[in-house]
Each structure stands twice: as structure tokens, then as C-alpha cells.
Design a protein around this ligand. Structure first.
Ligand SMILES: [Zn+2]
Length: 250
């Protein structure tokens, strides 16, 4: 399906998950429905709690229902400011009407713990190597990793980073979300691990673990790093292109 055709002429979706990360239910207005065969459909809503795939974070899962149908969300896709919900129709006939959205919270909560752990890992790797780290990519489903530029640190350094992370987790620290103008963010974010990868936006959302460098990020996070409970570095994988991946679990 052509994403441009799906979203053509539609207003931007209100991204409720950016501000209310613990929200699991939401009533929304359907602004376009496009069935695919008889079994699947694309749904565009005025607002959403479903985080689309992006920034290393996999698409949320969940259910969208009305009195007339129920759809299992398979994928939320971000395109031109619009979230496209694609799913399987499990009952009824799909039509354009008000819907209730329900998030698969256990899966999302795991992603939130992993995502916050990934930011903590940036901080602890920088501290253990005494160098600024530069992220290249990340993936928070399976395999769960963060990619960095350069040569993988030695096992002793990784152990140090892991120990520091777990000390910080047991002490706890608030995770703050701010919305900044481009001017405000420029000065603040020069040392962020993903500074080079930032898009040009009207509003920059930053995620700050108390005591760490603010990181521009559109992902969902736990409100306190204590909720990560424990971070384990599984392995460092040297990649052929002068980058390495730190595989981790929470
Ligand atoms: Zn992030």
C-alpha cells in the first residue's frame, strides 16, 4: 500500500504518547478507513496512544474497537506526521466511527524499561571509557542493542559501565521530558550521543535522566530509572563498519 495515498490530505495525528507515556486507553475519532482485502485495514485517527516504529523503538501493539468491529493492531507506521494503524479485523465490519484504543501495556512497559536503559547505557559507557560516545542506531525488540561508533570497549570497561548503571538504578533517578525550541536545544544538545542524527524540527523533545546529558528522543520512557530494575550487558559485538553493538537485557 502506498503510504502517501493513505495519508493524503489528512491533518497530523496528535501524538498522545509523547506526553502521556503511561496512558493505556484512549477514545479517538476515525478520520479515514481503508480496508485491505476482507481481513485487514488501515485506520487513521485524530490522535493516538500507539507509538509507531521509529528511533529504534518497535511499533506498539494493542486493540482498536468500536461497537461494530474489533481490530488487532499489527503495526503503527509514522508517515508525514501521521500515524497509520494497520491491523487484522478479528470481528465485525470496519467503518469510520469513534473508536476506543487499548494498548498492550506489558509489551510497551518492557520497551519503556529497555529504552530508558539504552539512554542510561550511553551515559555509563561514556563514564567508563572517559570519552563521548556516539550512537549509530538501536533496536529495542529482539535482538535488543544499542550501536556505537568506534571499537568495542574491553570486557573490563563493559563491566564497569554495567556496575555503574546498576548502582544508579538502585539509587533511582527521575526521567524528565522537556519540549524545547530549536534555539534552546542547539546549545543544550551538542554533547548528546545522537546529536549527529537529529532531524530539523519545530519542537525538540528531550529526555533527561537526572544527572545525565539530555538526549533528544521521541520514545517512551519509565518515569524513574529504578523501574529498569537491573541492566545486564549481554555482549559487545564488533561490526565490520567501525561500529559496535552492545546487546543488553533488563
Ligand atoms: Zn531514545
Amino acid at each position: 500500500m502506498n503510504l502517501d495515498e493513505l495519508t493524503d490530505g489528512l491533518p497530523k495525528t496528535e501524538l498522545v504518547y509523547l506526553r502521556e507515556m503511561n496512558r493505556t486507553q484512549l477514545g479517538a475519532t476515525t478520520i479515514r478507513v481503508i480496508p485491505e482485502k476482507r481481513t485487514h485495514a488501515y485506520l487513521m485517527l485524530d490522535k493516538t496512544i500507539f507509538h509507531p516504529k521509529g528511533g529504534g523503538q518497535p511499533s506498539d501493539r494493542g486493540v482498536i474497537r468500536s461497537p461494530k468491529f474489533e481490530l488487532t493492531l499489527k503495526k503503527a507506521i509514522f508517515h508525514d506526521g501521521i500515524v497509520i494503524h494497520w491491523g487484522k479485523i478479528v470481528s465485525g465490519t470496519i467503518s469510520q466511527e469513534p473508536v476506543a484504543c487499548e494498548l498492550d501495556w506489558p509489551y510497551r512497559y518492557l520497551l519503556m524499561r529497555r529504552h530508558t536503559a539504552a539512554h542510561l547505557l550511553d551515559h555509563c559507557l561514556a563514564a567508563a571509557t572517559s570519552e563521548r560516545v556516539q550512537t549509530t542506531d538501536s533496536w529495542l525488540d529482539e535482538p535488543c542493542y544499542v550501536g556505537y561508533r568506534g571499537k568495542a570497549p574491553n570486557p573490563q570497561t563493559l563491566k564497569q559501565a554495567e556496575e555503574l548503571a546498576n548502582t544508579m538504578i538502585s539509587n533511582g533517578a527521575v526521567v524528565r521530558i522537556d519540549f524545547l525550541t530549536p534555539e534552546q536545544s542547539k546549545a543544550l544538545l551538542q554533547t548528546a550521543p545522537n546529536f549527529e542524527r537529529l532531524p530539523n524540527l519545530q519542537e525538540i523533545r528531550t529526555v533527561t535522566i537526572e544527572g545525565c546529558t539530555p538526549i533528544p528522543c521521541g520514545g517512551t520512557h519509565v518515569p524513574d530509572i529504578a523501574e529498569i530494575k537491573q541492566l545486564k550487558i549481554v555482549q559487545a559485538e564488533q561490526m565490520p563498519d567501525e561500529t559496535y553493538r552492545i546487546h543488553f537485557s533488563v
